[in-house]
Write a protein that binds this ligand. Structure first.
Ligand code: SAH
Length: 223
């Protein structure tokens, strides 16, 4: 899988992509992530990518031309399954969407800033709009990093057996059951006896019951 990210702040991705599972996936070459600085596609010497909004009002708007030039350069090299604009008014990111995106080969993520991007980018240049949730962030970089992390961990071979994604919350319409590790008794706070029993079938049953209980209590809408 290949993910191309268009941003005016490529440095914001250094942290999220340099640790843990995404880092491992990059090292194993199970995913390629390419960061593109939209300013490199600006047409003036000040590398300008934003301008004042027509009609006035607060905030700047990202211009079409640098974004289109960057997209054109990428589309010349390969076909893309989706060109996604990260936007608070897009489809809300959830596990089914992540599962679906993880089966694609080439994705582009466009990160906005300021008041957002010129509406004509949304109308003519992208295929989909995705939101990280009902709140407004300063830019699309954090949502793009979230989407990338969620998708990359599902690529076959990225997670070892020990962290199988299939047992995570949302994958089986249930939240995850509680987990514990040593010590089995910490200041009198004890781990449920069943988990120490070595009885695999009973443990599996207990975990399922706990998952159902937790889902009923916290997210009845999922059942
Ligand atoms: N004026 C816009 C918000 C712009 S925020 C509005 O009210 O809808 C600037 C940029 O941050 C956006 O272009 C978008 O790319 C990104 N962004 C902010 N919040 C986001 C969210 N919840 N999900 C995805 N992207 C978001």
């Amino acid at each position: 899988m290949r993910i191309d990210i268009l941003t005016i702040f490529p440095g914001m991705f250094e942290g999220p992509f340099s640790y843990s599972i995404v880092k491992r996936a990059l090292e194993k070459k199970l995913v390629e992530i390419h960061l593109h600085d939209i300013r490199d596609y600006a047409t003036d010497k000040h590398r300008r990518v934003d301008d004042y909004p027509f009609g006035g009002g607060a905030g700047m708007v990202m211009m079409i031309e640098p974004v289109e030039r960057c997209l054109d350069a990428l589309k010349l090299e390969r076909a893309y399954d989706e060109i996604i604009y990260m936007s608070p008014d897009g489809e809300r990111l959830d596990q089914p969407m992540v599962n679906n995106l993880s089966t694609r080969s080439n994705l582009i993520l466009l990160c906005g800033h300021y008041k957002g991007v010129d509406e004509r980018i949304r109308e003519h240049l992208i295929t989909r709009e995705v939101s990280a949730g009902d709140y407004v962030l300063s830019g699309g970089e954090l949502p793009a990093a979230i989407l990338t992390d969620a998708v990359v961990r599902l690529i076959p071979g990225v997670l070892g057996d020990e962290t199988s994604a299939l047992t995570d919350s949302f994958q089986d319409q249930l939240l995850s059951p509680p987990v514990y590790t040593r010590p089995s008794d910490y200041k009198g706070w004890k781990v449920p006896e069943i988990l120490l029993s070595g009885h695999d079938r009973k443990i599996a049953e207990w975990r399922h019951e706990q998952a159902v209980m937790r889902t009923k209590k916290r997210r009845p809408d999922m059942l």
